[in-house]
Design a protein around this ligand. Structure first.
Ligand SMILES: Nc1ncnc2c1ncn2[C@@H]1O[C@H](COP(=O)(O)OP(=O)(O)OP(=O)(O)O)[C@@H](O)[C@H]1O
Ligand SMILES: [Mg+2]
Length: 264
């Protein structure tokens, strides 16, 4: 479904020097899979997501979706960034969610129906006429998810969508997202810094090396769905979380040593 074939991405520094953000990244995500990406800050996670979305082109290698090389953004691939990203402040939340379907050719009443359905799915059906500024951070984040779902995408690309939320709201949204995923069967590419979140949500977990990023280690998470809070108490959950934390820790230490050596 999603495939990185030996992908490298080189940016330019302000001084015009080449800056490798991602190097020889290879990764395969199956159709319907819930995959999570972890890794040190600046290792190229968001870059990898932007290449799947079609916002950014690889410098070398290929990013394939359904066997086709990604060329440009497409409504089949919906993106949810962190909080505060791009809700239209002057539109009600219903109008915000109607925007995508209308842009794709839906009539006003069709778009209304889609918006209402998806806002209900994220628990916001009583807030249709409110404006973004009148909602809490967690509610705004749910609008972003509803807006992404409104285009009925095959792939959901989520870049730390719950990163800025309090623990309780985060837990509620994680459970909501899992329910939606179980119902829709979408493929999810989910970036987070939170190892517990990764183990709770996903079927496969991929840790990237420090910049320039590639996959350092991957795990399959066999814990059955539906998952609820109690799954966190299971030994299997704790062991997986521990293994991943160790790998990330080692990677972060190695990267820091490399930086020190470069400076010295
Ligand atoms: N447009 C750009 N031009 C130049 N350099 C960039 C650009 N975008 C990202 N970078 C650099 O590429 C590297 C990877 O960035 P990216 O945003 O993918 O990291 P990340 O893994 O998502 O980090 P974080 O966990 O902090 O969000 C960083 O060092 C960043 O400074
Ligand atoms: Mg990022």
């Amino acid at each position: 479904m999603i495939e990185f074939e030996n992908v490298s991405k080189v940016y330019q520094t302000p001084a015009g020097e080449p800056f490798p953000a991602v190097k020889n990244l290879s990764l395969k995500i199956e159709e319907g899979e819930f995959a999570t990406i972890l890794g040190p800050s600046g290792c190229g996670k968001s870059t990898s997501l932007r290449m799947i979305a079609g916002f950014e082109e690889p410098t070398r290698g290929k990013v394939l979706v359904n066997g086709q090389e990604v060329e440009k953004p497409n409504s089949n691939r919906a993106v949810v960034f962190q909080e505060n990203s791009a809700l239209f402040e002057w539109k009600t939340i219903k109008e915000n969610v109607m925007f995508g379907p209308k842009a794709c050719g839906a009539s006003n009443s069709e778009a209304e129906e889609i918006a209402e359905k998806n806002l209900e799915l994220v628990g916001l059906k009583d807030f249709l006429q409110q404006y973004p500024a009148q909602l809490s951070g967690g509610m705004q984040q749910r609008v972003l998810i509803a807006r992404a779902l409104a285009n009925d995408p095959d792939i959901l690309l989520m870049d730390e969508p719950f990163g800025a939320l309090d623990a309780l709201t985060k837990t509620l949204l994680q459970e909501k997202l899992l329910k939606i995923w179980e119902e829709t069967g979408q493929t999810v590419y989910f970036i987070t810094h939170d190892v517990e979140e990764a183990v709770f949500l996903s079927q496969s977990i991929h840790v990237m090396t420090a910049q320039p990023g590639q996959i350092k280690e991957s795990w399959q998470n066999e814990l059955p769905y539906p998952r609820d809070l109690d799954v966190r108490k299971k030994d299997e959950f704790k062991k997986l979380k521990d293994d991943i934390l160790k790998t990330i820790h080692n990677e972060t230490v190695t990267a820091a040593k490399q930086k020190e050596a470069e400076i010295a």
